[in-house]
Design a binder for this molecule. Structure first.
Ligand SMILES: *Cc1c(COP(=O)(O)O)cnc(C)c1O
Length: 429
C-alpha cells in the first residue's frame, strides 16, 4: 500500500509548478511556523507595514491636511478602497465602500432592508450562522418592535454542518422580508449557491444579503450580476488587512435611492459634506451607507493587501486554493480516515460547494489534537465541538505545508501526543 511519506515528493512537485509560488515572498512568513489560519487572520503583506509607516508620516508632516493631501486622501479613502475592492467581488466601482466592521455593516444594511409590514415581518437566517450575525439580527427585529422568538427564522441543517439550498428556498415565503446567509459557512467551509438563492428570494419578493467574511479574497463572486441586494465582509481574513482592518459593504446600485437605515455624516454627498447642512442627503452610492470618520490608521495596510489580490487575480487564487484543499482531502481520505486515526472531512467535496478552508473532524479529541498541532508549530483553529479548521491559503501556503499537516495529524495519533494537553479550552481559539 502507498505510504503518506511517498506523497511528500508529489507535494514538492506541485510547489515547483505553482504559478502563484512567487507571492509567498510578498508576505512576512513566521519562521518555524506552518500557518494554516489565514481564514481567521491573514498574514501581513510586507508592503502593508510600509503603508502604516506612510500614514504615520502623513499624520506627522501634513497634520490636518492629510484629509485631502495624503497620498490616498484620508477623506475619500473609503471610496477609493471600495473602488479597488469592487472587481474582486464582481461589483461596480460605486457599489462597494470600506466601512466599519462586518457586524456594524450588517446593522447598517439590514436596518435599511428590514421594514416589517403586514404579514412580511420575518428575517430568514440559518442555525449554522456565525453567532454574532444572529445576535445582530435579533436586535434589529427588537428595534423594529418585533420579537426574535417569532420573527427570526433559522433554517436547520440536516447533518449539523451544511445547509441544503432547497431547504432554505422552501422557507422563503410571503412572511419573510429579508434573507441573510453566509457565502461560506465559517465552520464547515461549505459555499452556498448565492446566484440560485438570490433568484429564489427575488421570485418571492424578498431582499437577500450575504455575509462574505469567509469568501472575500478566496472565492470569486459576481454580486452585481447575480443581483444580490447587499453584502458585507471583513478584510482581516483572506484579504490580509491585519487585526482590526476595516470591513467593506456592497449595495446593489438599484438600491442607491433607499434611505440608509443608519445615517451618519460620512454618508453625506461627498462634495457637500462640509456644508454642515442639518438635513441629511446621502451619497447615491455604497458610500452613502458610511457612518463616521474612517479608521485611517487601521486601513493603512489595505492598499498593499489589495494590490496583491489584484496582481494574483481572484481566478488564479481560487484555482490554487481548490488544488490545496483537494490535496488535503485526498490525504485525509487515503491515509487518515481509518482507525486508529478516525479523521474525516466535513466540507463538501464538490468544488462548487467548497470555500477556502476545510473542516477536518475528529470524533473525540479535536481540541487536544489542535493543541498538539500548535506544539508542532502548525497553526489551525478549533471550532467546537470536533472541528479542526485548516485553511491553506493560495497566496502564501505551499503544498509541502499541506503535506506536513497530514503528516502531523498522523504522528499526533501514532505517538499519542494529544494526551499531554488538558481537555479544557482557552478563551481565544
Ligand atoms: C469573522 C466573521 C465576522 C466578524 O465580525 P466582526 O464585526 O469583524 O468582528 C462576522 N461574521 C462572520 C460570518 C465571520 O466569519
Amino acid at each position: 500500500m502507498e505510504k503518506l511519506e511517498s506523497m511528500k515528493e508529489f507535494a514538492a512537485d506541485l510547489d515547483a509548478r505553482d504559478s502563484l509560488g512567487q507571492f509567498r515572498d510578498r508576505f512576512v512568513i513566521p519562521p518555524g511556523r506552518n500557518y494554516m489560519d489565514g481564514n481567521s487572520l491573514g498574514l501581513p503583506p510586507k508592503a502593508s507595514l510600509e503603508g502604516v509607516q506612510r500614514v504615520l508620516e502623513e499624520w506627522k508632516v501634513l497634520n490636518i491636511d492629510g484629509w485631502l493631501e495624503g497620498r490616498i486622501p484620508w477623506f475619500t479613502m473609503p471610496e477609493e478602497m471600495g473602488r479597488r475592492m469592487a472587481p474582486l467581488v464582481g461589483a461596480l466601482p460605486g457599489e462597494v465602500v470600506m466601512s466599519g466592521s462586518t457586524t456594524s455593516n450588517l446593522h447598517s444594511l439590514v436596518s435599511t432592508f428590514y421594514r416589517p409590514e403586514g404579514k412580511r415581518r420575518r428575517i430568514l437566517a440559518d442555525e449554522l450562522n456565525f453567532p454574532s450575525d444572529l445576535y445582530a439580527l435579533a436586535s434589529e427585529i427588537r428595534l423594529k418592535g418585533g420579537d426574535p422568538a417569532r420573527d427570526l427564522v433559522l433554517a436547520g441543517s440536516r447533518d449539523g454542518g451544511t445547509l441544503v439550498e432547497d431547504d432554505l428556498i422552501a422557507l422563503m415565503d410571503e412572511t419573510v422580508s429579508v434573507v441573510l446567509l453566509p457565502s461560506v459557512l465559517y465552520r464547515s467551509g461549505q459555499l452556498l449557491d448565492m446566484e440560485r438563492l438570490t433568484r429564489a428570494a427575488h421570485e418571492k419578493g424578498i431582499a437577500i444579503g450575504f455575509d462574505c467574511a469567509h469568501s472575500a479574497g478566496s472565492v470569486p463572486h459576481r454580486l452585481h450580476e447575480w443581483g444580490v441586494d447587499f453584502a458585507f465582509w471583513c478584510s482581516y481574513k483572506h484579504l490580509n488587512g491585519g487585526p482590526g482592518s476595516p470591513a467593506f459593504l456592497f449595495l446593489n446600485e438599484r438600491h442607491f435611492d433607499l434611505e440608509p437605515g443608519l445615517a451618519g455624516w460620512f454618508g453625506y454627498v461627498k462634495e457637500k459634506q462640509f456644508d454642515m447642512a442639518l438635513g441629511f442627503e446621502h451619497a447615491r452610492s455604497a458610500g452613502g451607507w458610511q457612518l463616521g470618520t474612517p479608521c485611517v490608521l487601521s486601513a493603512a495596510t489595505l492598499e498593499a493587501a489589495l494590490t496583491i489580490q489584484e496582481e494574483a487575480t481572484i481566478g488564479r487564487i481560487r484555482e490554487k486554493s481548490l488544488q490545496l484543499t483537494d490535496f488535503l482531502i485526498d490525504l485525509v481520505d487515503r491515509f487518515l480516515s481509518e482507525e486508529p486515526y478516525g479523521y474525516s472531512v466535513a466540507t463538501p467535496r464538490d468544488h462548487g460547494r467548497r470555500g477556502g478552508h476545510l473542516a477536518i473532524e475528529h470524533p473525540r479529541e479535536a481540541w487536544r489534537i489542535c493543541c498538539a498541532l500548535k506544539a508542532r508549530g502548525i497553526i489551525p483553529d478549533f471550532r467546537p465541538s470536533r472541528v479542526i479548521r485548516v485553511a491553506p491559503v493560495a497566496l502564501y501556503n505551499t503544498f509541502a505545508e499541506v503535506w506536513e499537516v497530514a503528516d502531523a495529524l498522523k504522528g499526533i495519533i501514532d505517538r499519542r501526543e494529544y494526551e499531554k494537553f488538558p481537555v479544557e479550552r482557552s478563551a481565544v481559539s
